[in-house]
Design a binder for this molecule. Sequence first.
Ligand code: NAD
Length: 494
Amino acid sequence: MTTTAPDWNALAASVEFPTDLLIDGAWDSGVGRVEVISPIDGRVVTDVAQADGTAVDQAVASARRSFEDRRWAGLAPVDRKDVLIRWAHLVNDHAPQLAVLTALEMGKPAREAQAIDVRACHRTLRWFGEALDKVLDEMPKVPDSSWAMIEREPAGVVGAITPWNFPLTIETWKIAPALAVGCSVVLKPAELSPLTALYVARLGLEAGLPEGVLNVVNGTGAVAGAALAGHPDVDIITFTGSTATGRRIMTAAAESNMKRPYLELGGKGANIVFPDADLDAAAATTAWAVTYNAGQMCTAGSRLIVHESVKDEVMERVLAAMAGLQPDNPLNHDAPIGAIASSRQLDTVHGIVTRGLAEGGRLVTGGSPTLTETCGSYYPPTVVDDLTPDSYLAQTEVFGPVLSVLSFSGDQEAVDIGNATPYGLASAVWTNDLSRARRASKGLRMGTVWVNCYEEGDLTVPFGGVKQSGFGSDKSLHAMEKFTDLKTTWIELS
Ligand code: NAD
């Protein structure tokens, strides 16, 4: 990876990027254009082409042609692998440009985007590229008179609909395994973050992806997203976003051609702190886990569930840590956290906090937008206490740097509070007692439980939710299986 720190402001002024739709290997000006407004300072970065239903039809038809003529699926696995790895290297070569575009379109610090998001994009392309020619089909033991093959065939045309909070990371988690197994893809990136998606797609063409194998249709969820989710010629729809949209996508999938949906949805993560834990580590991580990416994370640790005997000292340390995690211009190299992705999202965050306070919460710190003179969208770390597990703020996914504080007196009560939301994505348990950690981890209905850490992850390990956080994990070899169909061929031997 590039390690020297670029001058982010200079790069922001000079970076060049595509703004059209990518359909059938060509740039298409779509049916109109919509401005991309930077949450850093409210200025217009550019405008991007928009897809309507017709453009989505064209993109799906192009993906279908490229799939049926096997220009990609029919390549030797080693040749698909070469393209994905070449693509990964190009992403690495363009790391500063991708990082600054991430900062411009959705407001996370460019430094962090380069270290986390661009690296994840690079590594994901490389990992699935390297894996794809090592996954073998099976031949079971059968009587001598027959022969059976169990093959994993690429499932066809994959529609991918993604959010804006980790645009590069999440898009690549969908695209890379789908392409690795030989599918063709139509990507609908979030309205707020089309620029990085288009830039990475352009690098894919440069790496040798055949025309039509990857198409990108920017546009609104209601038009482009709905057209893709309900399209009769899409075989799989893979989605990351809110639970409300996931429900619509599942309905559209069922009511069109019963395409297979994979849904990575919302969350209401917790740091559950037992009295025997390393309280310094638990408090510092609690502060970080709800402010990282300005709290715009499905896995945000947005609840602190702390044993009543240590609540005061944990709170004191959380607040001390949060004092150093205030928002700043994402183009400043040492910005601790950046902007909220849009003024609309800022209003949503503030609206949820306001209602939470009206319904009985007590504001401990933060609670209103900051840096308003910049015309950007910034919200400080915010802590609300005196809540009950069923209160509005303890139940609602905020998607901003807002921590709800709850307390418990017994181990089972801690687990019960942890489980007391419709979500089941991820949470952490803090204790130095291994048996207690195991009991809590078994009791929590979550896709991921961390013990004495938060946000640990690796490409080898699946990531996904249960309950209303969705199903169909990203990452790991399981993600490749998702984009295949199992096929058995029986041959009677003479
Ligand atoms: P969102 O649901 O509003 O939008 C996500 C995507 O869906 C966007 O591309 C949007 O255009 C599209 N969309 C909207 N309406 C649609 C429709 N009717 N049909 C088809 N597509 C439609 O979510 P967001 O605000 O972009 O992202 C925030 C949400 O994403 C949060 O709830 C967060 O928890 C979730 N998220 C989940 C994960 C995870 O892995 N579980 C990761 C990141 C974000």
